[in-house]
Design a protein around this ligand. Structure first.
Ligand SMILES: *[C@@H]1O[C@H](CO)[C@@H](O)[C@H](O)[C@H]1NC(C)=O
Ligand SMILES: *[C@@H]1O[C@H](CO)[C@@H](O)[C@H](O)[C@H]1NC(C)=O
Ligand SMILES: *[C@@H]1O[C@H](CO)[C@@H](O)[C@H](O)[C@H]1NC(C)=O
Ligand SMILES: *[C@@H]1O[C@H](CO)[C@@H](O)[C@H](O)[C@H]1NC(C)=O
Ligand SMILES: *[C@@H]1O[C@H](CO)[C@@H](O)[C@H](O)[C@H]1NC(C)=O
Ligand SMILES: *[C@@H]1O[C@H](CO)[C@@H](O)[C@H](O)[C@H]1NC(C)=O
Ligand SMILES: [Cu+2]
Length: 335
């Protein structure tokens, strides 16, 4: 107690003395959440996370998007409303970092969850397998349930490309989310439908350690974000779209993918890889941002002042404020 008081008064003193430190200490985190890989959580903590997601699925919506029923739907509908603005542009990684942070906050503040947002490191499954089917992520009890039921002739949701080696395509039949019907999606539609999955061997081939290594070795944010995000800017899938395709179904729907709770673990892993890349050279990379403001001309890069929008779910926030996980408002790290 005494040492706390001493430290507090010391930091006020230092803050007054040097403006730089004042800025630092005002951003200092009171608590740092540690985001962990799903399979490293205890059975009890897995159950707590899933319980909190189911809680969001039972709370009433706050947004006014057409069709939303629950707090879980709010986030999915927010994503649908912004799809043309948040992919294939400079704010792709910052916007999803912000979205995850707001989602994690909702789980904690509205659903009594005390942990951090977990992530799914698919390399742990994909390096030695051709399907994600055996991943603990898809466990019916300690995970998010498994593949969708087989639908003969399922063509996937990947434009007109035929997707080799998929199975499933229909409603998931087990796990904690088999009974939750979505009301947003597929695409921009508003329909009452089950959560679908279609595990794909093609997708798995793009989320292996070699692909991650090729992503984190890129020397600039410009090359890094392109190497991470994937088609149609790149000729083949990359870790972002590869992960969406590996799960398939709703997860592979560019609009309504946040309808699969696994979306948040996939994007948290991408966020972790961005932070890992930033951490290799913090001095330069905490400020390195680029990419088009919009997919429509004129081509202008975003800057750190570009505002990330969350409708009524959270205040707008400049990209600058999500760049450093070590200070407020972010205050989380990856283990
Ligand atoms: C939703 O719509 C209602 C009725 O138009 C309005 O009163 C309310 O402020 C809106 N809420 C939000 C969050 O936009
Ligand atoms: C995958 O297989 C390689 C070579 O067979 C092995 O070295 C590695 O430890 C395996 N990785 C995992 C996660 O099991
Ligand atoms: C898919 O193919 C059909 C028939 O070839 C074509 O009419 C349609 O525009 C294509 N859709 C997309 C998204 O490419
Ligand atoms: C959930 O959606 C499926 C179609 O995807 C439908 O067959 C089923 O009846 C719906 N269940 C409820 C409770 O609305
Ligand atoms: C590695 O990254 C470079 C640069 O983005 C890309 O041209 C190349 O295709 C990538 N290689 C693999 C195997 O993904
Ligand atoms: C956007 O930023 C990248 C990376 O710094 C740069 O190569 C590119 O020329 C910029 N584009 C425009 C239109 O300013
Ligand atoms: Cu997205």
């Amino acid at each position: 107690m005494l040492s706390c008081l001493l430290l507090a008064s010391l930091s006020i003193y230092v803050a007054l003395a040097t403006p730089d430190v004042a800025k630092d200490s005002s951003n200092r985190c009171r608590k740092v959440l540690v985001r962990k890989e799903w399979r490293t959580l205890s059975a009890q903590n897995k159950a707590r996370y899933i319980g909190a997601v189911k809680c969001l699925q039972a709370l009433p919506a706050r947004t006014n998007f057409t069709g939303v029923r629950t707090r879980f739907d709010d986030f999915q509908a927010l994503h649908v409303s912004l799809v043309p603005e948040i992919h294939l542009v400079g704010q792709f990684l910052p916007w999803h970092r912000r979205m995850l942070h707001v989602y994690e906050k909702a789980l904690r503040e509205e659903c009594g969850y005390t942990g951090a947002q977990p992530y799914w490191d698919w390399t742990r499954d994909a390096d030695n397998a051709t399907s994600v089917a055996d991943s603990p992520i898809f466990d019916p009890v300690f995970g998010f349930g498994g593949n969708g039921i087989d639908v003969p002739g399922y063509a996937g949701l990947f434009g007109n490309l035929s997707i080799p080696g998929w199975t499933g395509g229909g409603c998931i039949t087990d796990g904690p989310f088999a009974s939750y019907n979505l009301s947003i999606g597929p695409g921009t539609l508003v329909t009452n439908h089950c959560l679908t999955r279609a595990f794909s061997k093609l997708g798995v081939a793009f989320v292996r350690s070699a692909q991650v290594a090729n992503t984190t070795k890129q020397p600039s944010f410009e090359l890094f974000r392109i190497e991470l995000e994937g088609m149609p800017v790149t000729p083949y899938l990359k870790i972002h779209d590869g992960g969406h395709l590996a799960v398939g179904g709703e997860m592979n729907d560019e609009w309504s993918s946040p309808g699969d709770p696994v979306f948040y673990l996939h994007h948290s892993n991408l966020d972790r890889i961005w932070w890992e890349w930033q951490s290799m050279d913090l001095k330069a990379r905490l400020r390195d941002i680029s990419g088009r403001k919009s997919i429509n001309p004129p081509v202008v890069n975003v800057t750190l002042d570009f505002k990330l929008k969350m409708d009524v779910l959270a205040d707008v926030m400049p990209i600058r404020d999500v760049m450093d996980l070590r200070g407020r408002p972010m205050c989380y790290t990856y283990a």
